[in-house]
Design a protein around this ligand. Structure first.
Ligand code: DHB
Ligand code: MG
Length: 217
């Protein structure tokens, strides 16, 4: 099935996504730097862009910058006075993402902060309109709790990679990424202030999914 999923992604890219040079450049430099292919796909990047537009997001927070590919999609959804704050703990990716963001002419709207999520998040001032969690998966419960602290009623929270090839269906999984996502989902389940779902996805990056959360009150 993987070949078919990739062929469909290519079709979607060519007909609807149509990413430009700056986005392609971010993917090329990420691959050239030997970065694992953890960036979102073009179709997913466009979805994040559209969700930010739908939310009317002026202040966006991203946890896990990597090469800055999703940051460029988010940056382009911001109004002139909007701002994206994105956190990355690997210096190599901080430098690479800053260069890619500059190449996309978004340096004035996008700030890449170096540090571990749990060190940087307590220093940030909320509320953010949209928060994208896409860092180490065992950290998902803590990132979700910080996202709640940095949100307001109406904030959109999106968490990447919450299906893990179906691994999420195994309650006894020993995969620390699945365990982190299970713990996050328990927190979401116990949190009356949010409404959430997870959508399974297939495509260039295989079988995974994302969790979409709205802060209600
Ligand atoms: C992994 C992380 C990601 O953010 C992603 O999109 C895909 C895979 C990983 O850690 O395996
Ligand atoms: Mg991801």
């Amino acid at each position: 099935m993987q070949n078919l999923w990739s062929a469909v992604d290519r079709y979607i890219d060519d007909t609807l996504v149509m990413q430009d040079e700056a986005l392609s450049h971010a993917l090329e430099t990420s691959a050239a730097a030997g970065m694992p292919v953890f960036n979102v796909t073009p179709a997913q990047g466009k979805m994040l862009h559209l969700l930010a537009l739908i939310a009317g997001a002026k202040r966006i927070l991203e946890i896990g910058t990597l090469g800055g590919y999703s940051a460029i999609w988010f940056g382009r959804a911001l109004p002139p006075d909007g701002k994206l704050t994105t956190i990355e703990h690997n210096w190599k990716y901080v430098d690479l993402s800053r260069a890619n963001i500059a190449h996309a002419s978004l340096s004035d709207k996008v700030e890449v902060i170096h540090g571990k999520g749990l060190d940087v998040l307590p220093k940030l001032q909320g509320p953010f309109d949209l928060i994208f969690i896409d860092a180490d998966k065992p950290g998902n419960p803590e990132y979700f709790q910080w996202a709640m602290k940095l949100s307001r009623p109406g904030t959109t929270i999106i968490v990447d990679n919450t299906v893990r090839g179906g691994g999420i269906s195994d309650p006894n999984s020993e995969d620390s990424s699945v365990q982190g996502t299970h713990r996050m989902n328990e927190l979401i389940k116990a949190e009356p202030r949010v409404s959430a779902t997870t959508i399974q996805t297939v495509g260039d990056k295989g079988y995974d999914g994302f969790t979409l959360i709205r802060v209600l009150s």
